[in-house]
Write a protein that binds this ligand. Structure first.
Ligand SMILES: Cc1cc2nc3c(=O)[nH]c(=O)nc-3n(C[C@H](O)[C@H](O)[C@H](O)COP(=O)(O)OP(=O)(O)OC[C@H]3O[C@@H](n4cnc5c(N)ncnc54)[C@H](O)[C@@H]3O)c2cc1C
Length: 450
């Protein structure tokens, strides 16, 4: 009997009611080119514990799966026997609007949580691409944020409590439903962004916020890239509570949707109650009026939402999209843009955007070129960005090859290991060894192929 058969028999005999096992539709659980032998969909924390313990006993390897919207990120797994789907752990366990908190299973989608919070005019402030598929477990474990990070902070700061099963099969709950929810090591933040390599999260308490009444924005056009970055930094010096401050070029969003005021654009968006909104937009306009922009105008609430969702989604390409990402202090953004100019022969046409308030820069190319050329472009881009790193004054730069074909991932350090100190990499390996000693979870997928 194969190990997979043994696994399936044990789980089905012990947990027939609470854990579905299937060998169908395996292709939809593909991760970086690899397909699992089986899909397990536990309905309870206990069945996740048993799944992981049994996999440890039999030496089988698991990848936790939410909506799989980010399955292509990371290295190809060393082995992939079991896809552990969280789809069935999707109950709202507690909704406490008076405490601005919701406790949910990891398989609850962002859309479902948004709808729940909306009933009480609240929001979790998560707005990833594809909210109908993205799960709360996936949001926590990837800890990626978009333009709205400026308003709501990083995803990892919005989880108050997590119940997990570690790779070694032990259950633990970290954090608490209070503001000061950690004493000692902050394991919540260690797990956020661990990309399914340390634990499977089975329950999360999410902080909610009062939903603003309305939003609006000013969009300004510039002829010159340095000017647009300089003005974005100036705007940040004023006490305005931005939703997002985004710098992008004309290729980034479709002109069919917007009349863009220049070659390089800056959108400064705010949300508030009606009078607060008006006052903040007037202040932004008065600041822009003193700067070198070509033109600027105001966007109303629906237009602001529309530009927000355009900025959120990657630009449209007919072929596969490859995404380069760099992050660092705000003064590094012009350097990241220059890196794009050095990396691509027709850089003016390469769409880019920068979250000007949080130092994240992204550009996209489509995969029509040869893989060797793309590899060269990535190397030029990343080395140019990394020149801005200066450890002695704590100025760090990270570069990530975020989306792209597997061959390209395998030729490069996907997680920007080049910019991580050897000591930090050693510490990460030690943590992996402690929490997942048999490398049962997502083996070889994460940073430094741990
Ligand atoms: C405001 C905001 C903006 C974002 N912007 C972007 C963006 O521009 N681009 C982008 O690519 N992403 C972005 N993200 C991230 C995106 O939200 C997540 O990648 C997505 O939500 C993942 O959800 P998923 O269910 O599809 O996860 P999956 O793709 O299924 O999994 C992603 C990773 O999490 C692990 N995982 C999933 N569930 C669990 C679990 N229960 N326990 C342990 N590990 C688990 C998986 O193993 C995998 O490593 C953003 C997120 C936020 C909050």
């Amino acid at each position: 009997m194969s190990l997979i058969d043994k696994f399936q028999n044990s789980i089905e005999s012990e947990f027939a009611e609470t854990c579905l096992v299937s060998a169908e539709n395996l292709d939809s659980y593909r991760v970086c080119g690899r397909v699992p032998s089986i899909v397990v969909s536990p309905k309870s924390h206990e069945s996740v514990v048993r799944t992981i313990s049994l996999a440890n006993e039999l030496g089988l390897k698991i990848i936790p799966c939410g909506g799989l919207t980010n399955a292509s990120k990371g290295y190809s797994p060393d082995a992939y026997d079991i896809a552990l789907s969280t789809k069935q752990i999707s109950d709202v366990i507690d909704f406490l609007p008076n405490d601005l908190t919701a406790v949910v299973g990891p398989g609850v989608t962002v859309k479902k949580l948004n709808q729940l919070a909306n009933q009480e005019s609240q929001t979790p402030g998560f707005d990833p691409p594809s909210p109908e598929f993205s799960t709360i477990g996936g949001v926590a474990m990837t800890d990626n944020s978009g333009p709205m990070q400026l308003k709501w902070g990083r995803a990892r700061d919005r989880f108050m409590k997590m119940k997990v099963v570690l790779g070694n099969g032990r259950s633990n709950t970290y954090g608490a439903l209070v503001v000061k929810n950690v004493t000692g090591y902050d394991v919540l933040r260690l797990l956020s962004g661990s990309w399914g390599s340390l634990a499977v999260v089975t329950e999360l308490a999410v902080r909610l916020y009062k939903k603003p009444e309305c939003s609006g924005a000013c969009i300004a056009g510039f002829d010159n890239a340095n000017d647009v970055f300089e003005v974005s930094r100036k705007l940040l010096q004023h006490p305005i509570s931005y939703d997002f401050l985004e710098v992008f070029n004309m290729s980034r969003i479709s002109e069919e949707n917007f009349q863009l005021p220049g070659k390089y654009c800056l959108v400064a968006a705010v949300s508030d109650f009606e009078d607060g909104l008006k006052e903040q937009l007037e202040r932004i306009e008065s600041l822009l009026g003193k700067e070198k922009c070509k033109d600027f105008y105001r966007l109303d609430d629906p237009q602001t939402k529309k530009i927000h969702s355009s900025i959120f989604n990657p630009p449209f390409f007919e072929n596969e999209v490859i995404s380069f990402r760099a992050s660092g202090r705000l003064d590094q953004l012009p350097r990241f843009y220059d890196a794009t100019l050095s990396a691509f022969p027709s850089a003016e046409e390469v769409p880019f955007s920068a979250h000007a308030g949080s130092g994240i820069f992204q550009c996209w190319v489509d995969r029509t070129g040869k893989i060797e050329d793309l590899h060269k472009s990535w190397q030029v881009f990343s080395s140019h960005c990394l020149k801005g790193s200066n450890e002695s004054n704590s100025r760090y730069v990270n570069v990530f090859l975020e989306k792209g074909p597997e061959e390209l991932f395998n030729m490069n350090s996907v997680w920007g290991e080049d910019s991580v100190s050897p000591l930090a990499l050693k510490l990460m390996s030690k943590i992996k060894k402690k929490l997942d000693p048999n490398e049962t979870l997502s083996p070889g997928r994460f940073i430094n192929k741990i």
